[in-house]
Write a protein that binds this ligand. Structure first.
Ligand SMILES: Nc1nc2c(ncn2[C@@H]2O[C@H](COP(=O)(O)OP(=O)(O)O)[C@@H](O)[C@H]2O)c(=O)[nH]1
Ligand SMILES: [Mg+2]
Length: 256
C-alpha cells in the first residue's frame, strides 16, 4: 500500500463499448499487428484492457483511523493507438449513378441475383458476386448502391453508399450510353468520391460506357470524343458485347 490520498482512485469506470460494422479489423497502430477481427453480429473483443480500479483512502477509514493517509492504487491500464478498419469487400466495386446498369452487369457475370429495376434505390446494400475468369480463376465484384449527386454531404442514403466504395481494391465506373453528358457524369462521380475521401482517388479506376447496345458506331465515336483523353470501353450486359474484354481488363488491373 502506498501513501496516496487520491479519492479519484476509487473511480470505477464503466467498460466502453464501440459498435463497429461486421468486417472490422483492429490493428495496433505502431506495429500494424492485427489484434482481432469482428466477423459476426454481436461478437465482442477487447481493444485495450483497463486495469482493475484502486481503492481510495476513504476505504481504509476505521473507528481508530478517521483520515487514513493511504490508498490502494489501481492496476495499470493499457494505453496506445489502435486502428479500426474495414476489410476489403471486393476486388472490384461498381460505381455509378442509379440506373447505370451496375446490378445487371453483376447478374450477367456472376451467379449473384441483385434486384434490377429502373428505380433509384433498388440496391440498398452491396451485393457481392464471384466472377469466374478463364482457367478456374475468379475475382469478387461488388454492386454498390448508386451514388446520388451530393452523396458526400449525406444527401439521402449517399453517405452509406460511399462507405462501401472505400472497401474495394479497384473501382469500375459505369456511365450509361444514354447519359446526357458522359464526361460530366464521370466528373461528378469523381467529385463525389473526392469530397467524401480524397484517398479514394488513389484507387485504380476503370471507366466503362454501359448499355452500349443503344449505340451505333457514330454515337460511340461521339462519346469517345466527348470523353477527351479518359480511357474507356464500351459494353452491353444485354447483348454481352465487350463483357469478355471487360473481365480481361479487370483481371489485368488486379494482377499488376
Ligand atoms: N439497353 C440496355 N439496358 C440495360 C443494360 N443494363 C441494364 N439495363 C437497364 O437499365 C436499368 C437499370 O439497370 P440496373 O442494373 O438496375 O442499374 P443500377 O441502378 O446501376 O444497378 C434496367 O431497366 C436495366 O434493364 C444494357 O446493357 N442495355
Ligand atoms: Mg442496382
Amino acid at each position: 500500500m502506498e501513501d496516496l490520498a487520491l479519492d479519484t482512485l476509487d473511480e470505477r469506470n464503466e467498460d466502453i463499448y464501440l459498435e463497429v460494422p461486421i468486417g472490422t479489423i483492429a490493428k495496433d497502430a505502431e506495429t500494424g499487428e492485427v489484434l482481432f477481427e469482428i466477423n459476426a453480429d454481436g461478437e465482442t473483443a477487447i481493444l485495450a484492457k483497463g486495469g482493475r480500479g484502486g481503492l481510495g483512502n476513504v476505504h481504509f477509514k476505521s473507528p481508530t483511523m478517521q483520515t487514513p493517509r493511504f490508498a490502494q492504487p489501481g492496476e495499470d491500464f493499457e494505453e496506445g493507438w489502435k486502428i479500426l478498419e474495414l476489410k476489403i469487400l471486393a476486388d472490384v466495386g461498381l460505381v455509378g449513378f442509379p440506373n447505370a446498369g451496375k446490378s445487371t452487369l453483376l447478374s450477367k457475370v456472376s451467379a449473384a441475383k441483385p434486384e434490377i429495376a429502373a428505380y433509384q434505390f433498388t440496391t440498398f446494400v452491396p451485393n457481392l458476386g464471384i466472377v469466374s475468369y478463364r482457367d478456374n480463376q475468379s475475382f469478387i465484384m461488388a454492386d454498390i448502391p448508386g451514388i446520388i449527386e451530393g452523396a458526400h454531404e449525406g444527401k439521402g442514403l449517399g453517405l452509406r453508399f460511399l462507405r462501401h466504395i472505400e472497401r474495394n481494391s479497384i473501382l469500375l465506373f459505369l456511365i450509361p450510353a444514354d447519359s446526357k453528358d458522359h464526361y460530366n457524369e464521370y466528373q461528378i462521380l469523381l467529385n463525389e468520391l473526392k469530397q467524401f475521401n480524397p484517398d479514394l482517388l488513389d484507387k485504380q479506376r476503370l471507366v466503362a460506357i454501359s448499355k452500349s447496345d443503344l449505340l451505333d458506331e457514330d454515337l460511340m465515336k461521339e462519346i469517345t470524343k466527348e470523353m477527351k483523353e479518359i480511357p474507356h470501353f464500351f459494353f452491353s450486359s444485354i447483348t454481352e458485347r465487350g463483357i469478355t474484354e471487360l473481365k480481361d481488363l479487370i483481371w489485368k488491373s488486379l494482377t499488376i
